[in-house]
Design a protein around this ligand. Structure first.
Ligand SMILES: Cc1ncc(COP(=O)(O)O)c(C=O)c1O
Length: 399
């Protein structure tokens, strides 16, 4: 498959707009749309409940999808739980480990987290009287690993994002996971911006829990997400949602939970979504995740090079080896939304604002950024067009 030309043929909208908002959500390849259509057109039925043919077929495809996800992140089949999105997955973790905490226990995270990997820990800390500490880092998003070592001592839980959606920095999750494990802490990884863009191996990362969304890197639909749960925690993790599908036996006053993963999936799941997500993963595997990463890095290199030439301030690590396919910048004195509106007029879709990472914006002393974020179907020509519009804008502003 030629990158990006052959991929672009499969992705609706690529010829019509320049889509640089992949951090928010990515475009959907035709095979993903077709797999979901196939479910709705040919075997639309509920899973796990029916003896009839359609239900059997839906169950088979749903569980096959779980297997595809598990293999993709090097997890076991039982360790993959389908959720709605990353936010739900992380909230479920916080609720399911709550009973393990005593007042004074410590949770460690970073100042760069998306609100979805911050608020659940803030609330847990408030409810249980816990200490919440943050690993020190600089304005580029680089974490101080010796501070990580100090802070993680005696921590009960450590939660870190793999890639920052605001700064594009790739954090050293493997190293931090190792420290967390040595200290006996539960290690949670927010992989919303890494899965589908780079290799993610739950075992290499020492993850106890890992969360991601189907609609971002994996090119699946919205409304489907994943929570990986390390099998060693199956009996400690209290399923926050129970009811239909989660039990082996029920009496009026008691219940016995089913084995994982059923135990952790209450009610009818997003069947078409899971099937679409698995198809997205297969699509990515056909391209090769290493090639996706290389293409995005090429685009980042040209983008930040172009911004430098135009003297447009950009954020995130100067060490491009640590920079994933997300570039945040500003065109002062314009507000980020105004820059995004100018780009939209020229058919270029970018995100602007605080990117659900207000503490990052406060740390940098800014009210927001403009963010261009890439996937494998974006091209260098698109980056040149984008830089051309910024050049015109910068010239106009400087008179
Ligand atoms: C790092 C990170 N974590 C969590 C999320 C939340 O993802 P979702 O909105 O799919 O729940 C995002 C979304 O942008 C993100 O970038």
């Amino acid at each position: 498959m030629k990158i990006p030309d052959d991929v672009r043929k499969d992705i609706p909208l690529t010829g019509e707009v320049i889509y640089f908002d992949n951090t928010a959500t990515s475009l959907t390849p035709k095979p993903v749309i077709e797999a979901m259509d196939d479910y709705y057109l040919r075997y639309r039925a509920n899973v796990h409940r029916g003896v009839h043919r359609l239900s059997q077929m839906a169950t088979h495809r749903y569980e096959e999808s779980r297997k595809a996800v598990a293999d993709f992140i090097n997890a076991r089949f039982e360790e993959v739980v389908f959720t709605k999105n990353t936010s739900e997955s992380l909230n479920l973790v916080a609720l399911g480990v709550e009973h393990l905490f005593r007042p004074g226990d410590k949770i460690v995270t970073t100042p760069y987290e998306h609100h979805s990997d911050l608020l659940p820990w803030q609330r847990l800390a408030r409810m249980k009287g816990l200490k919440l500490e943050f690993i020190e880092g600089d304005n580029e998003g680089n974490l101080d690993l010796s501070d990580a070592e100090r802070k993680i001592k005696d921590a009960k839980l450590v939660a870190v994002q793999h890639v920052s959606n605001a700064l594009g920095v790739v954090h050293e999750v493997e190293e931090i996971g190792k420290i967390a494990k040595e200290e006996g802490a539960i290690f949670v990884v927010d992989a919303a911006q890494s899965v589908g863009h780079m290799e993610v191996d739950v075992r290499k990362l020492h993850a106890d829990f890992l969360a991601f969304s189907g609609h971002k890197g994996p090119m699946g639909p919205t409304g489907i997400g994943v929570l990986y749960i390390n099998e060693e925690l199956f009996d400690t993790f209290e399923p926050p949602l129970i009811g239909g599908g989660t039990i082996e036996d029920v009496d009026l006053n008691s219940y016995k939970l089913a084995e994982p993963p059923e135990r952790f999936e209450a009610g009818t799941p997003n069947i078409g979504g899971a099937i679409g997500l698995a198809e997205g993963i297969r699509y990515i595997e056909r391209i090769g995740v290493d090639r996706i990463e290389r293409q995005e890095r090429k685009l980042v290199k040209r983008t930040v090079g172009g911004l430098e030439e135009l003297e447009i301030p950009w954020y995130g690590p100067r060490n491009l080896k640590k920079h994933a396919g997300v570039v945040s910048f500003n065109v002062p004195p314009l507000h980020p939304h105004d820059v995004a509106a100018v780009l939209d007029e020229r058919n270029i879709m970018v995100r602007s604002g605080h990117h659900c990472a207000l503490p990052v914006m406060k740390k940098l002393g800014i009210n927001g950024t403009v963010r261009a974020s890439f996937h494998v179907y974006n091209s260098l020509e698109e980056v040149e067009t984008f830089l051309g519009v910024l050049e015109e804008l910068a010239k106009r502003l400087r008179g």
